[in-house]
Ligand binder design. Structure first.
Ligand code: FES
Length: 81
């Protein structure tokens, strides 16, 4: 099981994670990954300067833009199409 944690602190949220959260849940649905990938939110992780921040399992990804997010998800989740 992969867990994607989206920082929902006010800085990350306003800098892109409000959009990113929707992109991630659409991606999970589109690729039928419900059984393998869980998405959850977290409060500010104290890394606002680098935000918006997303964690995939224990790995922190910073400055995640909505434009690059799908490629990041494909790469990290091993989706090839
Ligand atoms: S709001 Fe995301 S690290 Fe602070």
């Amino acid at each position: 099981m992969t867990t994607i944690t989206v920082c929902m602190g006010s800085s990350c949220f306003s800098r892109g994670n409000s959009v990113n959260a929707g992109i991630i849940s659409s991606f999970i649905q589109k690729h039928n990954l419900d059984a393998e990938v869980a998405i959850k939110g977290c409060l500010c992780e104290g890394e606002c300067r680098k935000g918006p921040n997303i964690r995939i399992n224990e790995t922190l990804f910073s400055a995640v833009s909505p434009e690059g997010l799908e490629d990041l998800l494909k790469h990290e989740l091993g989706v090839t199409e």
